[in-house]
Design a protein around this ligand. Structure first.
Ligand code: HEM
Length: 106
């Protein structure tokens, strides 16, 4: 189901401690998330990723909505050893909504 970007903006508050998105977004604890759909996994040049995310990039290539949803459900399951310290978004609609929000920054 398509997500609701307005709801996703509120959900993104959980992410914003570590991630910026939008005009002028810079890397923080986590990489900036502009153009994340279709962007290579672990591809932000000025960010130092974990070996786990670099290995995921070799296996999986680019972020799609499906891969983002899988990662965001349980980051440490999809990318074992990731340094993203976030338990995940358990609800499917929350994942869809935050992905719809991120899609507004393509
Ligand atoms: C990585 C999204 C919450 C820290 C990533 C990536 C995405 C993402 C898409 C991969 C970026 C890439 O491949 O360039 C999100 C979303 C969140 C969230 C949507 C909220 C639902 C958080 C939080 C933290 C965090 C709360 C800090 C406590 C990181 C770090 C990485 C990362 C450090 C790099 C992971 C690694 O190299 O293993 N995040 N994130 N994220 N995120 Fe998050």
């Amino acid at each position: 189901a398509d997500g609701d970007a307005a709801k996703g903006e509120k959900i993104f508050r959980k992410c914003a401690a570590c991630h910026a998105v939008g005009e002028g977004a810079e890397n923080k604890v986590g990489p900036e998330l502009n153009n994340i759909l279709g962007r290579g996994i672990a591809a932000e040049a000025d960010f130092t990723y974990s070996d786990a995310l670099t290995a995921l990039a070799e296996a999986e290539g680019e972020w799609t909505p499906e891969k983002l949803a899988t990662f965001l459900e349980k980051p440490r399951d999809y990318a074992k050893g990731t340094k993203m310290s976030f338990a995940g978004l358990r609800k499917e609609d929350e994942r869809a909504d935050v992905i719809a929000y991120l899609a507004t920054f393509q």
